[in-house]
Design a protein around this ligand. Structure first.
Ligand SMILES: Nc1ncnc2c1ncn2[C@@H]1O[C@H](COP(=O)(O)OP(=O)(O)O)[C@@H](O)[C@H]1O
Ligand SMILES: [Mg+2]
Length: 252
């Protein structure tokens, strides 16, 4: 039996926008399974980013509960939540910037050294991951301001993976990458998933979505449908057709 790692009960998130209450997540009950590469799709404004923030404990829900590794994380204090996240989660979010006054390599190392004292191991792992996403030695000593958007995005991917988190949350991780860089980054995510790390990824992009084994489609704050694709196999046409059929059924 597959283990449930995150489950929500009647999860709601409401924003007040100029006196108007906007219900962005509406009584969501969802389960995320260990080892899955879960993909969340849906139109812009459907609530995907809000859901990712709630599931990962980056933001508190308005109502409802989130059980994550047998902890009700909505009840944790901000300090406890920060420790929980550091221990278990990696984040690839657009809004999470690298530190300006540190080189790319140091940005990655500092994240690793927050949870591990093994400087040698962390450094080797950092360099290995940087190379895998296509950031060569010339970029390691550069500062964030000296890199392109795509290079920054790849550095953020490496930073999120340096601690080998049990769960990786990614919001459009290949959004600003060209196709070669996007493929390299998706290959890294697929590889860590094959090794057992769970991934929850929001994407608009079919090439990215194909990497998932379970696709959730979100509309107006609820999960409108889901599709089991099985494990990613490069070039599997049947799988690709199944995803396209599902998305067309969802009105994508
Ligand atoms: N911090 C916030 N304050 C007010 N409204 C928000 C906030 N975050 C998101 N929203 C609103 O919630 C809706 C869903 O946003 P979001 O979760 O970012 O959608 P998606 O990621 O699917 O495009 C949007 O209408 C957005 O304007
Ligand atoms: Mg979004």
């Amino acid at each position: 039996m597959t283990k449930v790692i995150i489950s929500t009960n009647k999860l709601c998130k409401t924003f007040s926008n100029g006196g108007h209450q906007q219900h962005v997540l509406k009584n969501l009950d969802i389960e995320i399974y260990e080892g899955d590469f879960t993909v969340i799709m849906g139109a812009s404004g459907a609530g995907k980013t809000t859901l990712l923030y709630a599931l990962s404990g980056m933001d508190k829900p308005t109502l409802g509960t989130i059980n994550f590794y047998n902890k009700n994380i909505e009840k944790l204090s901000n300090d406890k939540l920060a420790i929980f996240r550091r221990k278990n989660c990696g984040f690839i979010f657009q809004q999470m910037f690298l530190l300006d006054n540190m080189s790319i390599l140091d940005n990655v190392l500092i994240s690793g050294l927050l949870t591990s004292g093994d400087r040698k191991g962390i450094t080797a792992r950092a360099k290995d991951l940087l190379i895998q996403v296509g950031l060569d030695e010339k970029t390691w000593r550069k500062f964030p301001a000296q890199l392109s958007g795509g290079e920054l995005q790849r550095a953020a991917i490496v930073r999120s993976l340096i601690n080998q988190p049990r769960v990786v949350f990614a919001d459009e991780p290949t959004g600003s990458l060209n196709s070669a860089a996007g493929k390299a980054s998706l290959d890294v995510l697929t590889e860590v998933n094959v090794k057992g790390q769970s991934i929850i990824m929001v994407t608009h992009d079919l090439k990215s979505a194909r990497r998932g084994n379970r696709i959730l489609y979100m509309r107006d704050g609820v999960i409108h449908g889901e599709c089991q694709l099985g494990r990613y196999i490069s070039g599997d046409k049947e799988r690709h057709d199944k995803l396209k059929a599902f998305l067309s059924e969802m009105g994508w």
